[in-house]
Design a protein around this ligand. Structure first.
Ligand code: ZN
Length: 51
């Protein structure tokens, strides 16, 4: 059993991205709106929230 998280791919072209915020950083998900698979996941830091 693989322990690594691998990206899921699908044949749909309908995808959207949304961000889930923690305190200062966020995780941006790229999700298929047809089947709900998370195609990509990016962790980032939002400097605008730093105050
Ligand atoms: Zn899909």
């Amino acid at each position: 059993m693989l322990s690594i998280i691998r990206r899921l791919f699908c044949n749909h072209t309908d995808c959207f991205s949304y961000r889930k915020y923690n305190d200062f950083d966020f995780t941006e998900y790229n999700k298929c709106s047809k089947c709900g698979k998370i195609l990509d996941c990016i962790k980032g830091f939002d400097e605008d929230l730093r105050g």
